[in-house]
Design a protein around this ligand. Sequence first.
Ligand SMILES: Nc1nc2c(ncn2[C@@H]2O[C@H](COP(=O)(O)OP(=O)(O)OP(=O)(O)O)[C@@H](O)[C@H]2O)c(=O)[nH]1
Ligand SMILES: [Mg+2]
Length: 468
Amino acid sequence: MKAKIVTQKALDKLKNNTQKALNRSLDRHIKLAVTGFSGSGKTAFISALVKHLTSQANKQNLPFFDVVREDRLIAAKQVPQRALDIPTFDYQGASACLLAEQPTWPASTERINTLTLALKFHTHSGLRAHLSPTSTVYLELIDYPGEWLADLPMLSQDYQTWSRNTLELLQRDKYKPYSDAFLSLLDVFNATDDVDEHVLKTLAQSYQQLLCRLKDKTKLAQLQPGRMLIPSDLAGAPVLLFFPVMPVDDTHESSQYRQLEARFEAYKQQVVMPFYKQHFCQFDRQLVLVDVLSALNDGPDTLQAQREALQHVMQVFNYGKSGLLKRLFYPKIDKVLFAANKCDHVSPSQQSDIALLLNDMLGEQRNELRFSGVAVDTMAISSVQSTQAKQVNDNGQHLECVYGKVLGENDWTTYLPPQPPNHCISAQQWPKYGFEFLSFYPQKAQQGNLGHVRLDHALQFLIGDKLV
Ligand SMILES: Nc1nc2c(ncn2[C@@H]2O[C@H](COP(=O)(O)OP(=O)(O)OP(=O)(O)O)[C@@H](O)[C@H]2O)c(=O)[nH]1
Ligand SMILES: [Mg+2]
């Protein structure tokens, strides 16, 4: 009798120990990198994700998210984060905006912040189900100002290359009117002179004003250095006081050129590198949000610039052997989703076109990723619904419109969006009057519930396989 009790105890202990070991060895924490340039919708996406998983996780709302469709999600809740040195994502503030009587969008992000969501679910199959019928996965999300993402390609450039590329961009027709003031100061700047702090500061300030104007007036994504737009605690520090200059021969140790080059390198090493090392090296999954419609609104130069910026960023993320991040930090990302966000600014039948356009913008990068063993998908989503589809009969012709409250206006509007291209088009192919896609306020929540477009598809691709 005694022997039997000991055996049972021993068995329980063994099971307990095995389960502990299993919990440690299986992926219990998932780091999801929500990436995208400023205004692509990262903050709204994270807010929507938390809202749908914590209080709207039902089959009707998330039918393509397996753990929900199969009735296996027990509950999701926000839990204390592991990183104690990063502020917590202000979910209360963001959801208050989205759920208000007159809904608004959460504000643009000024500093890095994070949030962890615990997802408790009934296990489905495999070893885990055998040992424990329920399991908990911790989903870690980080939100940061999109401007900082645009710095990533600087890591693989030297000052000379960066200067040449940046000046080439600033001289394109679309941006020239904004760049003129800075470029004329640059014309009379002598990079081979001895360092003159006052001159360097004046030009750096002029360059900073130029970046701010470009951010305000265009949808140009690659504005470097990103910290000039959101300096946080670096405001006024010499590491931020640099600007692009055409390469010069004959520089000496104390020349302005060498000083600028040193600041550029210091910026890369002391600002960009630690940010990416800390926040981009240990991700499991990556979502890249892209606002293709704003780029189309802005014209062919911006679409082209966004395409280049996206490819530059993805190049650095290149998960293959030669990728810079791979060499430096060994990232372990194995799935990347590219999402053409805000897809409800066009009619449902046009949404696949913007996904195709995004696919085309990725070019070779998509292939490279797949070759490195990373699963890649592209889809059109809207993490927070801002319009309703509306059919309008115009003298017997069926028009597919969208209906919503246009941003900055008081009235609700029925709007016929222009047809977006389903591939990249050149300036010559651009429609004569350009594109005009409108932006809208979030739709008013129904009984406290937010709407979305394909958020469940996105979740299934990104984390569905971790919740089995
Ligand atoms: N229709 C629609 N519009 C969206 C959605 N998400 C964001 N937007 C629009 O895009 C704007 C920017 O969204 P944010 O979530 O602040 O973008 P972000 O990537 O966090 O931007 P930064 O914090 O500046 O890096 C919002 O103010 C909305 O106008 C969405 O899911 N659907
Ligand atoms: Mg944000």
